[in-house]
Write a protein that binds this ligand. Structure first.
Ligand SMILES: CC(C)(COP(=O)(O)OP(=O)(O)OC[C@H]1O[C@@H](n2cnc3c(N)ncnc32)[C@H](O)[C@@H]1OP(=O)(O)O)[C@@H](O)C(=O)NCCC(=O)NCCS
Length: 364
């Protein structure tokens, strides 16, 4: 008898040296280091280097890798034209998926799955996905594709281009910390998808396109866009919103997690602190009060805790980032994690080929 575990809950599917979730101590470890710590102490480029190359860069390596990401941010005109040809109302995640797919034939290393070629593709994918995300609004509204400012980091460029100006100084550091918090989270559905695709020895672009498709779903990355709804309300309105939905047995987006069952997601905890500080800086604590109230209410009513997407939605709202770009921003960061998993998978490959417990008819 094969033992069936719905949703593969708790089933180890790979051995990995990339990331683990220490549920007991509520820590996320990336290549031996605490994610919460590196998010506050390093740039996104340094953390991407840690994921792709296996170690934090020294000063020279950091300079070189940051330069490489800046150079690789260029996106071929043909890819710009493909995304511009989509209907204006296309969801940005669909436009991004199409754009990343269209990048593939331009990569000279496309079908080389060696670790060295995969590391080169990883840097290109991180760089170009970020710039595509930053330009999704320009592309879908047929405006000019905006190039990045080479003197600024990757995360700051994305923030500036998505906001289209008006970035205030207080936004830059919290945006980058939150961007890094999204970078890697062990075998999330999108990462597992990317690894399954990589295990057929298909190319890294295909694996990332699959990851993007999985990330869009509201039970995964799409939750941050949906979670923003509640932040339209004041405390009383938010409480009514939650109670009505729970009564109708609907889910409150940004709550619950397959792995963190008995406490707040540690990334959400840090983002909550960033939100509190940011609210103090802008002199308006409504979003913090709403979030804190809903957090307590959900714990009391359902025994559920916020995940990163809940507090990310509040912080992005404070930064006036349009909600439909929340999940693409998540993707622009997570692409570094997916790439690291593709490199690891293809370096020690075993094709994924599980079995199904058959419940259908047997006629003869
Ligand atoms: C993330 C998620 C899919 C994890 O699911 P899970 O741990 O497998 O939990 P289940 O789907 O088995 O749900 C268990 C129970 O909790 C409830 N529940 C789980 N998340 C809930 C939520 N966000 N709001 C309300 N109820 C929720 C379910 O309805 C179910 O209740 P029931 O036993 O009365 O039917 C789930 O919590 C969810 O849908 N959250 C909202 C989407 C989200 O924020 N996703 C981002 C994850 S990082």
């Amino acid at each position: 008898m094969m033992q069936y575990v719905p949703g593969l809950e708790g089933v180890p599917a790979v051995e990995s040296r990339i990331c683990t979730i220490d549920v007991e101590n509520r820590r996320i470890i990336i290549r031996g280091k605490s994610l919460e710590k590196i998010a506050q102490e390093h740039s996104f480029e340094e953390v991407a280097h840690l994921l792709i190359h296996g170690h934090l860069p020294d000063a020279d390596e950091a300079k070189q890798f940051t330069r490489l990401i800046a150079v690789e941010r260029r996106v071929p005109n043909a890819v710009v034209d493909v995304v511009k040809s989509l209907p204006a109302e296309t969801h940005p995640m669909d436009a991004l998926r199409t754009g990343v797919s269209a990048l593939a034939p331009f990569d000279p290393d496309l079908d080389d799955t060696s670790p060295e070629a995969n590391k080169r593709k990883a840097a290109r994918l991180v760089a170009k996905t970020g710039l595509l995300v930053a330009n999704l609004d320009n592309l879908l509204t047929r405006r000019t594709f905006a190039e990045a400012d080479e003197t600024r980091g990757h995360a700051e460029n994305i923030l500036r281009l998505i906001r289209g100006g008006g970035v205030e100084d207080w936004m830059i550091k919290p945006f980058e910390i939150l961007f890094i918090l999204y970078v890697e989270h062990e075998l999330a559905a999108s990462t597992f998808t990317a690894r399954v695709i990589a295990s057929t020895l298909a190319d890294m672009y295909g694996a990332v396109v699959g990851g993007l498709a999985a990330l869009k779903g509201p039970l995964h990355g799409g939750a941050n866009e949906k979670a923003t709804e509640i932040f339209e309300y004041d405390v009383a309105g938010a409480e009514k919103y939650v109670r009505e939905r729970l009564e109708r047995k609907e889910r409150i987006m940004g709550f619950g997690h397959r792995v963190y069952r008995r406490g707040i997601d540690p990334r959400a905890e840090l983002t909550k602190r960033l939100l509190e500080e940011a609210c103090a800086k802008v002199g308006d604590d409504r979003l913090y009060r709403v979030a804190d109230h809903v957090e307590r209410l959900m714990e009391k009513e359902k025994g559920l805790y916020p995940n990163l997407d809940f507090y990310a939605a509040a912080l992005y709202k404070l930064m006036k980032i349009p909600p439909r770009f929340y999940t693409p921003i998540f993707a622009a960061s997570r692409v570094a994690g997916w790439a690291a998993h593709v490199i690891e998978q293809q370096a020690e490959n075993r094709l994924f080929r599980p079995r199904a417990v058959y419940k259908g008819p047997l006629e003869d």
